[in-house]
Structure formats: structure tokens, C-alpha cells
Design a protein around this ligand. Structure first.
Ligand code: ADP
Ligand code: MG
Length: 347
């Protein structure tokens, strides 16, 4: 460990003070993102300019110590993930993420090094996805650490893709692969012991560094191919239920069509297949994959596959929407799969 890091580990944020902390760690997260004119930062409120043909998308997510992360979680990965999950919400609307605010509550005893690592994670994710910090709030608490990001994005007037809009007869599509994050989480808790080497690191990476599907969401939105969309945060089935409810339709997933990563395929195979309730619960209800789940008219299939090729993200048709309002079913070779729990809820 370098001398500098050792000092930062001993140094607490109370020794540095609120304004120094903001100046040293958070202000550098402001960047030029090519928006014109540049936002006004560091004032009582930020000023961003929304072009006349665009609408503003606003979304917030909070990560709380003891609920979303543990005190020994790598703070760099925490910073990365905090930004990525918010970016995913903008992607699910077909939007272009531009700016974010950071609100952080911490006990005074937190080390400067810990906060600087969170800031490093935010900085890298901000650079990767071309978004700039435009202010926030930094407060002390006697309780747990809490991190809130509010992400702002742009979308053409009337072009935002909502959860409502799916129609009976539409096809159901998902990007990337599903189930990886939940399997990675089970592995980390010591519940899954059938994994080895590279498979472990693949699943953990999917859990720690989700890939917000911004380019894909934008391309599909631009071509008007998604009738309704959501990102998978609570679980495949739970999030599909959100689309079905908002749209006033039902839906069916065909389990044999699910895109599983090679690592996930090996676990599922070893544990007896996706219809075994324990493994099905992880794959269908686990969440945190941050893939796009969307409805599209059957006639759009070829165009969707072309965009998948262009963007370089696989898209798989995994089911369809039905007229059975509010009913979401999982079938495996035509037989209903019974699931223990639909998805994650806080209360
Ligand atoms: P106020 O008292 O008006 O709420 P603050 O003292 O909280 O203002 O913040 C001063 C400035 O520093 C504001 O422009 C605010 O946006 C910015 N700021 C505070 N905390 C953060 C943070 N965590 N990240 C980025 N900017 C921050
Ligand atoms: Mg304030």
C-alpha cells in the first residue's frame, strides 16, 4: 500500500470538511459532454439547457448500506454501479443520458479514501457513458451511508418509450443474457458451490458492473421499434408484470428460449435445469441484470435483429403478449413453471 493511500485511509471526512470534500472529490466529476451551452454548476441550483425539440427524463436511485451494499463492498465498484443502474433507467426509456446529481449521506468517521474510491468509480462510469455531474448534496448522518443519484437525460418530444404500450400479439424481447447477476450474488453468499474460475468472475462482473444498454435503447427508440420497455432490475418476471399491468395485457415467457451466458448454462445444467424451483427462482426472479425487456410488433422482427447486429448486443425473442389481462406465465415446453416468488420488493 502506498504512503498516500495509507494516509487517506486514516484520514476521515470530518478532518477534511464538507466543502473541501466537494471541491476535491466531486467537482472533478464535472465534464464537458458536448452539450451546448455547458451547464451552470456549483451554484444554488444547476442550470441545464434542454433543446426545444427534446424532453427531459429524470430518474433517481438510492443505494443504502446494509440494504443494497455491505460495509465491506468495494467503494470503487459501488460508485460504478450507482451510476450504471441510473443510466439503465434512461436506456429503458430510449433516452440519451446527459447529467446527474449526487446526494451522499455519511457518518463523519468514514475514511477519505473510501469516498475517493466511490468518486473514482463515478468518474470512470461518467467517462464511459459521457455524463457529467451537475451538483448534489453532501450531508452527515449518524446512521448508515446512503448514496442517491438523480440522472437527467434527453429524448425527442413524445418519443419516450413507456411501460404501457404493449399489445396482445406483440413479441417479447430481451437483450443480452439473463440470470447472471442473481447467480453471481448466490455464489458470493456461498449458496452456489458448483462454480469455478472464469465462470465465477463472469457472473460477479455482471453483478458488479451492469452494462446499461444505452446505445441499444437509443437505436430501437430511433427506429420506433419498442412499443413498451423496462430494464430488468427487480427480476425478469416481476419486471414483465410491470409492463403487462401498465399495458393492460398478459404475457408468456418460453423458458427454453431464455438467453443464458455460458457460465449460467453450466450452473443451470449442473443443478438440474431451469425448471428446478431453486434455480428457476434465481433466473426468473433474481433481477439486477439491467437488460432491456421490451414489446414489439411481430412485423418488426427483422429490423430488430438488424439493430442488434449493428449495436453488437444480442436480442432474443422469449415470448409474447396475450389478451389475458395481468396474467404472466412461464412455460417450459408448453408446461407451466411454478415460481416461488415474483421478484424483489423492499416492504
Ligand atoms: P446549499 O446550501 O445551497 O444546499 P450546498 O452547500 O449543499 O448548497 O452545496 C454547494 C454546492 O456544491 C452546490 O452547487 C451543490 O450542487 C454542490 N454539491 C454539494 N454536494 C455535492 C456532491 N455530492 N456532488 C456534487 N456537487 C455537490
Ligand atoms: Mg445542500
Amino acid at each position: 500500500m502506498s504512503k498516500e493511500v495509507a494516509n487517506d485511509t486514516i484520514k476521515t471526512i470530518s478532518m477534511v470538511g464538507e466543502f473541501n470534500l466537494i471541491r476535491e472529490l466531486f467537482m472533478p466529476l464535472q465534464r464537458q459532454t458536448g452539450s451546448s451551452p455547458d451547464p451552470v454548476n456549483g451554484d444554488d441550483a444547476a442550470v441545464v439547457t434542454v433543446p426545444r425539440t427534446q424532453q427531459l427524463l429524470v430518474t433517481t436511485d438510492t443505494l443504502v448500506e446494509g440494504v443494497h451494499f455491505q460495509s465491506d463492498t468495494d467503494p470503487y465498484l459501488l460508485g460504478q454501479k450507482a451510476l450504471r443502474v441510473n443510466l439503465s433507467d434512461i436506456a429503458a426509456m430510449g433516452g440519451n443520458p446527459r447529467w446527474y446529481q449526487l446526494s451522499i449521506s455519511m457518518p463523519p468517521s468514514v475514511s477519505y479514501h473510501w469516498v475517493s474510491e466511490v468518486a473514482r468509480g463515478l468518474k470512470e462510469a461518467g467517462e464511459t457513458f459521457n455524463v457529467s455531474l451537475v451538483g448534489g448534496d453532501t450531508v452527515s448522518t449518524r446512521g448508515c451511508i446512503s448514496l442517491t443519484i438523480t440522472m437527467l437525460g434527453l429524448v425527442g418530444q413524445g418519443r419516450a418509450v413507456l411501460r404501457k404500450g404493449a399489445m396482445a400479439g406483440d413479441k417479447l424481447y430481451v437483450s443480452g443474457t439473463v440470470g447472471d447477476a442473481a447467480l453471481g450474488w448466490s455464489q458470493r453468499r456461498g449458496v452456489l458451490q458448483v462454480l469455478e474460475g472464469e465462470d465465477i468472475s463472469h457472473l460477479q462482473r455482471r453483478l458488479d458492473l451492469p452494462e446499461p444498454r444505452i446505445a441499444l435503447g437509443l437505436a430501437l427508440q430511433d427506429a420506433a421499434l419498442m412499443r413498451a420497455a423496462i430494464d430488468i432490475s427487480d427480476g425478469l418476471v416481476a419486471d414483465l408484470e410491470h409492463i403487462a399491468q401498465a399495458s393492460g395485457v398478459g404475457a408468456v415467457i418460453h423458458a427454453e428460449k431464455l438467453p443464458l451466458s455460458p457460465a449460467a448454462q453450466r450452473v443451470v445444467h449442473r443443478l438440474g435445469g431451469v425448471t428446478v424451483s431453486e434455480i428457476g427462482k434465481l433466473v426468473f426472479c433474481g433481477g439486477e441484470d439491467y437488460e432491456l425487456l421490451f414489446a414489439a410488433a411481430p412485423a418488426c422482427h427483422e429490423q430488430i435483429m438488424e439493430i442488434s447486429q449493428q449495436v453488437g448486443v444480442p436480442i432474443t425473442e422469449i415470448g409474447e403478449f396475450t389478451a389475458e389481462v395481468g396474467q404472466v406465465a412461464v412455460l417450459y415446453q408448453g408446461q407451466t413453471v411454478r415460481l416461488k416468488r415474483a421478484g424483489w420488493t423492499h416492504f
